[in-house]
Design a protein around this ligand. Structure first.
Ligand code: HEC
Length: 377
């Protein structure tokens, strides 16, 4: 879900299914940092030593207090020590549910920014204890999933059961050993619903004549890979496509075996392990449907190319730094404007904007026509 604006409209538009700009790592990361900091012995000692908060301020003087520091309500007479212990237990449960060990990492992982996360890196570390090289990816496609058997950027996960089980566990369904606290019936219901999501229609004006001129350009430059049935024929080697190799390379056969064993041994209410293999390693990238592609910028699996205009620019000349997290849509370039809190640096590991040079030799006018056509998909 995303709420977007453009110069041509007065009111923001909410688009169901558009790739969200939610910074999921920042959100969960802040919760985790807070839980580790609270339980830090130094912080606990401060609470114990100064239960009335009277230290570090002269008698009769006031502390300067920030609004945000005192949002919690503590009724009079509450046993602060018991409350603190209860909070620590709650924090422990939150960490356990997110499959985060009780020791903070020595070094914070790189931040992926809004609309991206290191999905399989976090899953591999959390569920299998097999940390991987950092491989940030854009949130996955959520529409027309019923037309695909193997989902994700490298087509590694069988849809729908393995896909949704791993997503539920990755997003915090509690897991103790091999037992997950989830109702399989609910996962199944969710799965059935998500199979029916269709791409959002382009909400702004389309130049129909230009789009018509763009159709044959799509047919001759793009359709051989992005058209037809969504089968394994659409998996392309990293060497051929030339985009950042990290995500395809990190999902090795060892990881696939680890996840398959995990799914075979998983216990959950109403769940019976699937007979067929649910996870595989391909080492390739999938040329997914371009339906609703207008709503998917910044582009490529790692979200390293801000607009379609930039994707149609030879890779050596693409923007090397831009902001992610903008809600303002640039209709001409087809993508979000260069605004937002996070700076994507295409020189950083996992962030390369190289490769996928298809359509970059078209003339400026042809690129405009192709972009107009892509808005109709
Ligand atoms: C040789 C096959 C091939 C051709 C030809 C091709 N693509 Fe792709 N395309 C891919 C693959 C594979 C990916 C996934 C690569 C990645 O994300 O790293 C991809 C990714 C994309 C994405 C990113 C989707 C997203 O959600 O970010 C867009 C957009 C795209 N292609 C548009 C086009 C257009 C437009 C053309 C024609 C000008 C085209 N492609 C031609 C194979 C191809």
């Amino acid at each position: 879900m995303a709420q977007i604006t453009s110069k041509s409209v007065d009111q923001p538009i909410r688009i169901l299914g558009a790739t969200s700009h939610f910074d999921v790592e920042e959100f969960f990361g802040s919760i985790l940092a807070a839980t580790f900091k609270t339980s830090d012995p130094v912080n606990i000692a401060i609470m114990r030593d100064d239960a009335f908060g009277a230290k570090r301020v002269p008698v009769g003087k006031l502390h300067k207090i920030d609004n945000a520091d005192v949002r919690q309500s503590f009724e009079p007479g509450v046993d602060l020590a018991a409350r603190t212990t209860a909070m620590l237990k709650l924090f422990h449960n939150m960490r356990a549910a997110l499959h985060v060990p009780d020791q903070p990492p020595e070094k914070a992982p790189p931040s992926s920014g809004s609309g991206r996360n290191d999905a399989f890196g976090l899953l591999a570390a959390g569920l299998l204890n097999l940390p991987q090289p950092y491989s940030p990816i854009k949130f996955g496609l959520v529409w027309n999933i019923d037309k695909r058997t193997w989902v994700h950027w490298d087509g590694n996960t069988k849809s729908p059961i393995a896909r949704n089980l791993l997503a539920s566990l990755g997003l915090g369904a509690p897991l103790h050993g091999k037992h997950a606290d989830l109702q399989f019936e609910m996962v199944k219901r969710q799965t059935d619903l998500t199979e029916k999501i269709r791409p959002p229609l382009y909400p702004f004006a389309i130049d129909r004549a230009a789009a018509q001129r763009g159709a044959p350009l799509f047919a001759s430059n793009c359709n051989s890979c992005h058209g037809g049935p969504e089968s394994d024929k659409r998996l392309y080697s990293v060497a051929e496509i030339g985009t950042d190799p990290h995500r395809a390379g990190m999902f090795t056969q060892k990881l696939a075996d680890g996840f398959n064993t995990f799914l075979a041994e998983l216990e959950a209410e109403g769940y019976r392990p699937p007979k067929e293999v649910g996870v595989r390693s391909t080492g390739k990238y999938f040329a997914a449907t371009l339906s609703g592609v207008w709503a998917r910028s910044p582009y490529l699996h790692n979200g390293s190319v801000r607009t379609m205009q930039d994707l149609l620019t030879p890779s050596q000349q693409r923007e090397m730094r831009f902001h992610r997290g903008s809600h303002v849509f640039d209709e001409g370039a087809m993508g979000y404007t260069d605004e937002g809190a996070y700076i994507l640096d295409a020189t950083a590991s996992g962030n390369s904007n190289s490769g996928h040079d298809y359509g970059t030799k078209l003339s400026a006018a042809e690129k405009r026509d192709l972009i107009e056509y892509l808005k109709t998909l």
